[in-house]
Design a protein around this ligand. Sequence first.
Ligand code: HEM
Length: 253
Amino acid sequence: MEKGTRGEKPANRNPSPPNRKEAKRRTKPRLRQNRRLILIPRHSIRSQNRGPKIVPSNPEIVTLCSEFLNGGTDTTATAVEWAVARMIENPEIQSRLYDEIRTTVGEKKSTRRTSKNAVPKRRRKGAFANGACQIRGYDIPTDTNVEFFLPGISEDPNMGRPGKVRSGSILRGSGGGGYDGRYRVKMIPFGIGRRICPGLSMATVHVNLMLARMVQEFEWSGHPDNGKVDLSEKLEFTVVMKNSLRAKITPRA
Ligand code: HEM
């Protein structure tokens, strides 16, 4: 016992972590008097006294939910459509993918295996200038919304062979730069840095699984009416196919 503290309970500098039941109780959503829904994540239990907690208001939570729904649906659907179109255009990539699925998970079983051919497309990437600055000689005032035109990077002939689909070209290790800007900024469909798409992992899993299942069950080829795939583009929220994909789908024998 420390000098001068006789009889008093010493301050507990390192309290033992709360037991599981207590931790669960403390992470349950609580409706406080101001009717805001407070979610206290587990990791903040120990740091509860380290400064103010930022609690989103109900309208902010609604905005976040709608942003996730809007940001996650068209993008993923468009990526799958483009990927199938590119596979029809490049049957050897589809065959390679099917072989890979067959050798790893079999012909009809549901698959957790991912494919390498998903090339999500989104053309513009935004940033906010939180202080006046200059970019390549242009004055950017504070709070300006700056948009980068991504094809300037991804379709630059100096960066490789744009337009040519090579599944390895977006992966690290076969001369590619990855697609999250971690190794090289060559193609950044999910943006880069602090505002990178928070749905990246979910989107790649979804796109990969969808493509894998679609190719596992069916062979995809050009529609008999036009044979070839029309790769014309139209700029909407994402770059969509100008004429929706039409394909011939044959069940795998
Ligand atoms: C293939 C699918 C997807 C693509 C190509 C994509 C692409 C992008 C891009 C380029 C950005 C802008 C990043 C920046 O400004 O630097 C972004 C932002 C965002 N994405 Fe995605 N995304 C996809 C799927 C998803 C999914 C599945 C979700 C949610 C479940 C999602 C949620 C968001 C949100 C909330 C933002 C705004 C982030 C912020 O402003 O800080 N995205 N996405």
